[in-house]
Design a protein around this ligand. Structure first.
Ligand SMILES: Cc1cc2nc3c(=O)[nH]c(=O)nc-3n(C[C@H](O)[C@H](O)[C@H](O)COP(=O)(O)O)c2cc1C
Length: 222
């Protein structure tokens, strides 16, 4: 092969590589767009006393997808804005820190719930459900919520931050438990999580701490 031909070939290969890379980036962007959630439906669900009666942990999940309206209502119930004037949430937080972020791991990727806009923001186009708990069922559940405390939004000393963010997560989790009881969904809060491994996979900052995770889905029988 003469020198000119070789240079042309190198040029073609380089050009193709750029096109392939750009296609990859475009495909990534197309794959994971923000998910616009539907407005919460206030006239939906069982009576509170009935939901309390049915609240339970269930570790038997179907892999059936959750409809978008269910995910929308679930996230709002978990920790959505219920008083737009003050921006306060369905779950209380110490000093109104609002430090608990809810990440949503689904087959199509990882998202972050933005409660101000009531949307799911894309984080990564990868399925990390299997890493959200040490019990195998998290890989099967269609949605794994990951509760992450962002200490950059909390003051006080380390002990206060740990203590309050664990309590604050408990409120979010109970909202999810009650919503699931009301909708006939399975859920269980999980402390058995390899937090350092999951934090690495999620590319979290040092001041972001995984507190608990909580898979949600239809019961295994469905
Ligand atoms: C802080 C906390 C951590 C938990 N961690 C796990 C867990 O890692 N794995 C699990 O299967 N259940 C876990 N659970 C669920 C409990 O086992 C469950 O709530 C308990 O057995 C009572 O059952 P119930 O929720 O149906 O009332 C956890 C519960 C709490 C409150």
């Amino acid at each position: 092969m003469n020198k000119n031909k070789m240079l042309i070939n190198i040029g073609i290969v380089a050009g193709l590589s750029i096109v392939i890379c750009m296609t990859g980036v475009i495909a990534f962007a197309e794959e994971l767009k923000p998910i616009e959630l539907s407005a919460p439906q206030m006239d939906r669900g069982k009576l509170l006393m009935q939901a309390l009666k049915e609240r339970q942990s269930n570790r038997d999940f179907s892999d059936k997808e959750l409809p978008l309206d269910v995910i929308s209502n679930l996230l709002w119930a978990a920790s959505g804005v219920n008083r737009p004037d003050s921006g306060k949430l369905t779950a209380p937080t110490a000093k109104n820190w609002q430090e608990i972020d809810i990440y949503a791991a689904m087959q199509k990727g990882l998202y972050l719930y933005n409660h101000k806009k009531h949307i799911l923001e894309p984080v990564a186009a990868k399925d990390i459900r299997e890493f959200t708990g040490l019990q195998g069922f998290t890989a099967r559940a269609p949605l794994d919520l990951i509760y992450v405390a962002d200490y950059s939004r909390a003051d006080g000393d380390e002990k206060d931050r740990e203590y309050y963010s664990a309590v604050d997560t408990g409120f979010v989790s109970q909202n999810v438990y009650l919503f699931c009881a009301s909708e006939g969904l399975a859920t269980v809060i999980l402390g058995s999580v390899d937090r350092p491994a999951l934090a690495k996979i999620m590319n979290l900052r040092k001041d972001q701490k995984i507190i608990f995770t909580q898979p949600v889905g239809y019961p295994g029988s469905e």
